[in-house]
Design a protein around this ligand. Structure first.
Ligand SMILES: [Zn+2]
Length: 164
C-alpha cells in the first residue's frame, strides 16, 4: 500500500513537480536541471541559469531515482520473426523517438534494453514513453501493437509483434 502510494506520487511529480523544490537544482546522476518549476536537460539550460545557486547534495532527478531503484514506468515487448532479421533497424526509430520525447520531458527515458533469443524488452521511465515507442514501431514497421495500461498505477505494457 505504502509502496504504490509513493510510486504514484513519484510519477505525478514527473509531470508537475511539487512546489517548494529548491531552485535551481542539478541532478547528480544525469545533470538535468530543475529551474522555473520544470526539469531541463543540461545542454538546454541558459547560461544565466547554468550556475546553480543552491545545489542539494546528492539530489537525483526522478528518472535517475527510478533507474537506481530499477522501477520502470513502462515496458515494450518486441517479438516476431521480423525482429530477428532487423534488430538494428528496429532499435533506431526507438532511440530517435526517445530522444524526441526527451525534449518535452527530459525525465522520460529508455532505462534499459533486455535482449533474449526471441524477444527484445525495452524499459522506460514513464508509461507515456512506452506508448510513444509502440506508436513509433507501428509507424515504421507496421506489425501488431497491443497496449495494456494500468491507469491506477500509471504503468504501461506495450506488445509489438511482426512476422516476416
Ligand atoms: Zn537525473
Amino acid at each position: 500500500m505504502r509502496r504504490s502510494r509513493s510510486g504514484l506520487i513519484m510519477r505525478r511529480a514527473v509531470i508537475a513537480p511539487p512546489r517548494g523544490l529548491p531552485e535551481p537544482m542539478v541532478c547528480v546522476g544525469c545533470g538535468a536541471t530543475y529551474s522555473h518549476r520544470r526539469w531541463t536537460r543540461k545542454a538546454e539550460v541558459k547560461r544565466d541559469d547554468y550556475e546553480p545557486k543552491q545545489t542539494a547534495q546528492g539530489t537525483l532527478c526522478l528518472a535517475c531515482k527510478q533507474a537506481c531503484d530499477g522501477v520502470p514506468g513502462g515496458f515494450v515487448y518486441l517479438s516476431g520473426e521480423f525482429l530477428g532479421n532487423h534488430h538494428d533497424e528496429i532499435e533506431r526509430p526507438l532511440r530517435k523517438e526517445a530522444e524526441r520525447n526527451a525534449q518535452d520531458n527530459p525525465l522520460a527515458r529508455i532505462m534499459g534494453w533486455e535482449d533474449t533469443d526471441n524477444q527484445l524488452i525495452v524499459k522506460t521511465t514513464t508509461e507515456h514513453l512506452a506508448q510513444r515507442l509502440g506508436h513509433a514501431l507501428e509507424k515504421a514497421f507496421d506489425g501488431d501493437v497491443r497496449y495494456d495500461f494500468s491507469h491506477e498505477n500509471k504503468f504501461a505494457r506495450v506488445y509489438w509483434e511482426r512476422g516476416v
